[in-house]
Design a protein around this ligand. Sequence first.
Ligand SMILES: *Cc1c(COP(=O)(O)O)cnc(C)c1O
Length: 427
Amino acid sequence: MEVTRLMARPGGNHLWLPYTQMQITAPPLTAARTTGTKIILEDGRHLDDGVASWWTACHGYNHPDIAAAVRRQLDDMPHIMLGGMVHRPALALSEALATCLPGDLDHVFFSESGSVAVEVALKMAIQYWLNRGQTGKTRILSFTGGYHGDTQATMAICDPEEGMHHLFSGVLPRQYVQPLPVTSEDEAALERLLQQSSDNMAAMIVEPLVQGAGGMIFHPPSVLKKLRDFADRYNVLLIFDEVFTGFGRTGTMFACEQAGVIPDIITLSKALTGGTMALAATVARRHVFDAFLSDDPKAALMHGPTFMGNPLACAAACASLELFRHQPRLAQVRKIAEIMQRELEKCRDLPNVRDVRVMGAIGVVEIAAIEDMNRLKAAFIASGVWIRPFRNIIYLTPAFTMDEATLCRLTSAVYDAVQAGAFRKLP
Ligand SMILES: *Cc1c(COP(=O)(O)O)cnc(C)c1O
């Protein structure tokens, strides 16, 4: 077909891109290199990166400490199975995570993606009750606006409007999806559901403070306190999906710290290796871990991704956590928040702007509707920035190391595009 042939490029017409209608007319950009907070394209253009590669590259790209750690590990042992054997990088990383996570979130199960970390958390929660002799507690409660991944089990707990519930209805397990208890009506509705159905619920899962891919929706820490309280009173485990919010993004190392709430299970991934390698972790509190200790081999957690705890990825993550320990990352996040607050606020009075909100290194301009997404994306690229709006949201999630001048180029690009109406369909 003519349109798809336009995609053809040496060695490049076999690639199937994510979330992309492949019958597209413009070939995608080709990235050649990254440095600091810049992406350098094959054609020589430079883009200031406002996305940090899906929120992962929190220290900027190619951080020398992480690169050196990966190189050292590559010489020693790029990979070894974690079955029946352990290795220093996995031991060191699990210890470092247990140390920086609050409370007794101490038992770390590795996988390679956020979706799988959530799958493991769900499985862990269901088996937790089975191992304690409580059958029937198998369903999951999640919240509207949530996003927890693209695999089958995680699709079923994403927001039904945004997830692929509709397309896959009949295939996906049916779960409970409720509004977060922000208002007293929603709180009462949630409590009614728990009264009726907590006997068949294993866990509730939420992205604490910020629901990311579902629309960069913020909620106050008090909501998380309510969830902790409900989880305790109705005997349901509480899972925090911090795949996006973990590692400083919201202003604290983990979002749960702002609520003073410790979930029973936490999932981590995106910024875990500083954006270098695929790695994820599902971390359980002691009482969850203890429910799997038994004389019965069948009580063990029956899960084990082939590449779990990959030594290269663990070495990258250890180096990333070292940077959090020794560099002023959280202070940098505070500074970024201040700048984005000041600069993005200027968008508030532009026509069609519905909301401007900032939390940590997350800045959001919500507009009434993005009519022409391709035009808006092209406008950003033309002004030398990499910004990926979705639905009616234009957001910035820069690396924490971004300097003020670069950040202001990004916020100005947002302002200019919104002011010019670049989101509008041309008549
Ligand atoms: C991105 C994301 C996931 C899925 O992670 P993948 O690595 O893409 O599988 C899960 N939960 C949240 C909150 C995320 O932001």
